[in-house]
Structure formats: structure tokens, C-alpha cells
Design a protein around this ligand. Structure first.
Ligand code: ATP
Ligand code: MG
Length: 516
């Protein structure tokens, strides 16, 4: 059956989760994980949490996150993970948006009057501290304030159905206000199967979890897909470049998935000696420049597989395949259990090689945004020939000669210079090849003559110097003249989201403000 509970497949006695806390790492078998989830589910039921109750989880990556997330979904309730590092305003935005019944916060948050606690109380959500109680050997749920749950009668222990919503997440808000995406058990389990099949994950695999669990990338690819495969995962509270390889080797991990920013941070640190055997490295959520792809493969002696994903698809849509199949830097590979088409606005397929909107279809895809009729009205397109409904990703792309997908940019972020559409990703990749450049992010800037001109924010490598005209001359040798950046902004740091994503809109605003 397509529910999270039925999709967890580990052998009872094998290890599911390892928390590398020092000095005493915690290792949990599948048997213990499942019984802990069942016991946590009873605690939620006793509070009156049942079908469709929104449970916000404001915890760092941890065993208690894993247990509270799974138990919530088993109880037919809806998990709404939140970045625990949010400020009060941000917590208020998300707690109000999903109408949280209860907010799970870390130990000590109540007494400290943490921002999550203050925001929860403002909207009368219950507040409960959730933590690993080492003395009792269990995940504790310590209710501090019942809020709206006061007087609610106990719920029975329920069993989820495939079409129950198990998770609501906000999109990253790159192009507009974050949209709320409901995902059902069926959506999530389909992605778990797709990811397992793409990377041939088996019980022997051990994942090093580095992405936060409050987004689909970490949650689906590094937690749920490994549990579906019967493998195990190593769960540090957050990514740390200094601890990464030590934990990786000490706990026998053999692969990881991350955003390009994290790969780049790892490349700036010395590679471990001896190098552990890495079966593959996955990159997803933002474009990976071919330069970084080659650096990664050389440094860590492992195949790098770039994938393409979005919240609305419960994460993965396409990926480069494992060897011996061909992996192609600069592409995001092929549909993995997901149908991928490049369509125009009438739903007609673009000729091979021509650009259009990337549209997808599969059981992993959400039925639509929550409370957002205007976004839903634009979200789907009907295929002109087959009449099938495809989800519009908002990304522009093309299929190359091997049928591999190349993402050329977000439709809303293309630079429109007097009618000439310029792909910011193509520019970023070209500029990042300059030996003095560490990172380049291109965007549109207003222009009297052309409407929009090309702007770029550039971070230089440590100790490097570069004049604007040198970079322009370098670009002019590699790109058509109209793509050469008019405005170049040198900056020390590139603004990014909590998951390391670039928001071109924000970068553009900040650079223009600084440059003014
Ligand atoms: P919003 O929808 O609120 O504007 P968002 O699209 O950034 O925010 P997410 O669902 O987190 O929210 O991200 C999905 C998007 O990330 C994709 O539509 C695509 O633009 C981008 N993306 C994901 N993987 C890749 C990749 N490998 N290469 C290029 N872009 C990618
Ligand atoms: Mg989006």
C-alpha cells in the first residue's frame, strides 16, 4: 500500500538511524525505530491529534525529528516542518499559513521564550518540547501549553490512507511568495520508489544526511528513500564542513546528496585521507556548474549525479543515471519514474533541441497548491496530442541529442534584452570558468534602451583581483556579444537561502542597492 508506514522496509535487527553525537553516538535499529514511532503516535493521539491536524516540527535534524515526522503521518495528521533557525516573524508567517495545531520545539525552548514558542502562542497553537530523553531511552513529548487543543478529546490511534496529506511544505519563494504544497502518502512513496530505483539503493547503503529535513531534498532523498530501501542514515544536527568526512568515515557512509553550495564548501576543505569509498555523490536543487562537477569527481573519486527536483513533485523529477550509463555535466539527466516533456504554452511538444517549458506528470506530483486558486489556475497544461494533464515547472529547458534535459533557467528569471532571451544559468557557468572567479550569479537589470540588460554579481577567489573590463573581455571571447554583462558587481558573499539556494531576485536587488 502506498503509505509511509508500509513503505519502510528495513530488516528489524538492522540499523536504521545513527546520530553521531559525541561522546555517545546513538544507533537505532528498524525494530526500535518502528516501536518508537508507534509510541509517539499514541502520545499525539492522546493530545487529540488526528486526521488532517497540522503538526509543525521546528527541530534540527535529529532522531526526534525522524520519529515525530513519521508518527505524525501515521496518525493521518499533517507534518509541517519548519526551519528551527527562523526568527519570530518567519515562524508567525508559516504557523499562521498552515494553521498549526501544535508546534514541536526543542528542549529548553519554552523556558527560553524561543521565537518558535512566541509565534505558536500568538496563534494559539499548542507547544510541546520534543527531545531524546537518554535516561528513559525514548523520544519525549513534553507538553508546555495545550493552546487550541485544550478540552479536545483523545483520538484513537489511526491508520493512514494513500490519499491522506502527510506533509505540507512551502516552496522556497524564489520567484514569489512561498506557495503551500500539500503532498499525500501516495506522492511521497512514489518519490521514495523512484529515488531507490534511480540510485539502486539497497540495505547495504548508508546515507550521510547533510541537507535540512525541513525541505523535500533532505526529507525525501536522504531520509525517506533510504528507509524505503532498508538502508541506514547518519544524522548530524546540521552540515559541518569540519565534521563531515570524520562522521562519513567513522559511521561507514557511502553516499550523500547536497546542493552545489555544500559541494563547493567541501571542495574548499582538504579531502580526507584515506578517501572513503564513495559509491556516488548526488547534486540537486540548484544548477551545478560543469566546472564544479569536474572538480568534485577529481577530488572525491566518485561519480557525480546531478538531479532536478521541486517541492511540488515531492522532490525528484530527473537525474543523471549511475555508471555505466552516461552522466552529462550541465544536464539534469532523464525522467526517473516521472514523465518529462518540453512544451509550449499551447501544450505542444517543442522539437528536439528547442527550448520550452519543462512540464511533468507522475504520481509524485501534488494535486495543487493549498488556498491558492490563482497559482492553481496556471499550474497545469493539457498536452495538445494526448490530452494528459502536465504540471508546469516554470523552468525553461531543452532535451539534448541523447534526450537528457538541460535546464536553461526559470522562465520568470530569463533576461529579456530587447526581445532576446538570455539564460542566466548559461552565463553563470561561462563566467565561473574564469580562473579568478569563485561564483557568478547573473540577473536582469533595468535598461532604458533594451528594457533589460545583463547584470552579474561576482565573488572572486581568495586573493584574486580582476577588473570589470578583463571579465567582459573574457566573456566576449566565449559568449555572443549581446550576452556580455553590462553591469558587474563584485561582492564578498553571495546572498543565499537557508538551503543554499540562490534567489536571483534578491541578489539583483542587493547588488543594485549597493551599486547605487
Ligand atoms: P518558488 O516556487 O517559491 O519560486 P523554488 O522554485 O525555488 O521557489 P523549490 O521547489 O525549492 O522552490 O525549487 C524548485 C526549483 O529549483 C526548480 O523549479 C528549479 O528552478 C530549481 N532546480 C532544482 N534542481 C535544479 C537543478 N539541478 N538545476 C537547475 N535548477 C534546479
Ligand atoms: Mg518553484
Amino acid at each position: 500500500m502506498a503509505t509511509l508506514q508500509s513503505a519502510i522496509n528495513g530488516v528489524a535487527s538492522s540499523t536504521a538511524v545513527i546520530v553521531p553525537s559525541r561522546p555517545n553516538p546513538l544507533a537505532v535499529t528498524y525494530r526500535d525505530l518502528l516501536s518508537e514511532c508507534a509510541s509517539f503516535q499514541r502520545k499525539l493521539a492522546a493530545l487529540g491529534i488526528g486526521r488532517a491536524s497540522p503538526v509543525s516540527i521546528a527541530l534540527v535534524n535529529s532522531y526526534e525529528f525522524v520519529v515525530s515526522f513519521l508518527a505524525t503521518s501515521w496518525q493521518r495528521a499533517v507534518a509541517a516542518p519548519l526551519n528551527p533557525a527562523y526568527k519570530q516573524d518567519e515562524f508567525e508567517f508559516y504557523i499562521e499559513d498552515v494553521k498549526s495545531a501544535v508546534v514541536l520545539v526543542p528542549r529548553g525552548a519554552w523556558d527560553a521564550g524561543a521565537p518558535s514558542v512566541r509565534a505558536a502562542r500568538k496563534f494559539n497553537a499548542a507547544v510541546a518540547e520534543c527531545y531524546w530523553d537518554a535516561a528513559k531511552g525514548e523520544v519525549a513529548l513534553d507538553v508546555k501549553d495545550l493552546g487550541q487543543l485544550k478540552g479536545r478529546s483523545e483520538e484513537k490511534v489511526l491508520s493512514a490512507l494513500p490519499d491522506d496529506v502527510a506533509l505540507v511544505l512551502h516552496t522556497s519563494g524564489t520567484t514569489s511568495r512561498p506557495k503551500v504544497v500539500p503532498l499525500t502518502h501516495r506522492n511521497l512513496t512514489r518519490t521514495m520508489k523512484n529515488i531507490q530505483a534511480t540510485y539502486q539503493l539497497t540495505p547495504k547503503d548508508r546515507t550521510m544526511l547533510v541537507m535540512p529535513l525541513f525541505h523535500v531534498h533532505g526529507l525525501l532523498c536522504a531520509l525517506l528513500a533510504p528507509l524505503h530501501s532498508g538502508g541506514s542514515l547518519v544524522v548530524p544536527p546540521k552540515f559541518s564542513a569540519t565534521d563531515f568526512w570524520r562522521d562519513f568515515a567513522a559511521h561507514g557512509a557511502n553516499w550523500y546528496t547536497a546542493v552545489p553550495t555544500i559541494h563547493q564548501i567541501l571542495l574548499r576543505h582538504p579531502a580526507p585521507t584515506p578517501l572513503p569509498a564513495i559509491r556516488f555523490i548526488r547534486s540537486c536543487s540548484s544548477p551545478l556548474s560543469p566546472t564544479v562537477f569536474h572538480q568534485l569527481e577529481a577530488a572525491f573519486k566518485a561519480p557525480v549525479l546531478e538531479a532536478y527536483a521541486m517541492t511540488e513533485a515531492a522532490h525528484q523529477m530527473t537525474s543523471n543515471p549511475l555508471p555505466p550509463a552516461k552522466r552529462k555535466p550541465g544536464t539534469v539527466g532523464v525522467g526517473q519514474g516521472v514523465e518529462v516533456k518540453v512544451l509550449n504554452s499551447k501544450g505542444e511538444e517543442a522539437p528536439r533541441g528547442a527550448e520550452g517549458e519543462v512540464c511533468i506528470r507522475g504520481k509524485n506530483v501534488t494535486a495543487g497548491y493549498l488556498n491558492n486558486p490563482s497559482a492553481n489556475a496556471e499550474a497545469f497544461v493539457t498536452h495538445a496530442e494526448t490530452g494528459e494533464k502536465f504540471f508546469r515547472t516554470g523552468d525553461q529547458g531543452r532535451l539534448d541529442e541523447d534526450g537528457y534535459l538541460v535546464i536553461t533557467g526559470r522562465i520568470k528569471e530569463l533576461i529579456n534584452k530587447g526581445g532576446e532571451k538570455i539564460s542566466p544559468i548559461e552565463l553563470d557557468n561561462a563566467l565561473a570558468r574564469h580562473p579568478a572567479v569563485a561564483e557568478a550569479v547573473s540577473f536582469a537589470v533595468p535598461d532604458d534602451l533594451y528594457g533589460q540588460e545583463v547584470g552579474v554579481a561576482v565573488v572572486l577567489k581568495k586573493g584574486e583581483r580582476l577588473a570589470e573590463d578583463e571579465l567582459r573581455a573574457w566573456a566576449a571571447e566565449r559568449l555572443a556579444k549581446f550576452k556580455v554583462p553590462k553591469k558587474i558587481y563584485f561582492t564578498e558573499v553571495m546572498p543565499k537561502t537557508a538551503t543554499g539556494k540562490i534567489q536571483r531576485r534578491i541578489v539583483a536587488e542587493m547588488m543594485q542597492k549597493q551599486g547605487a
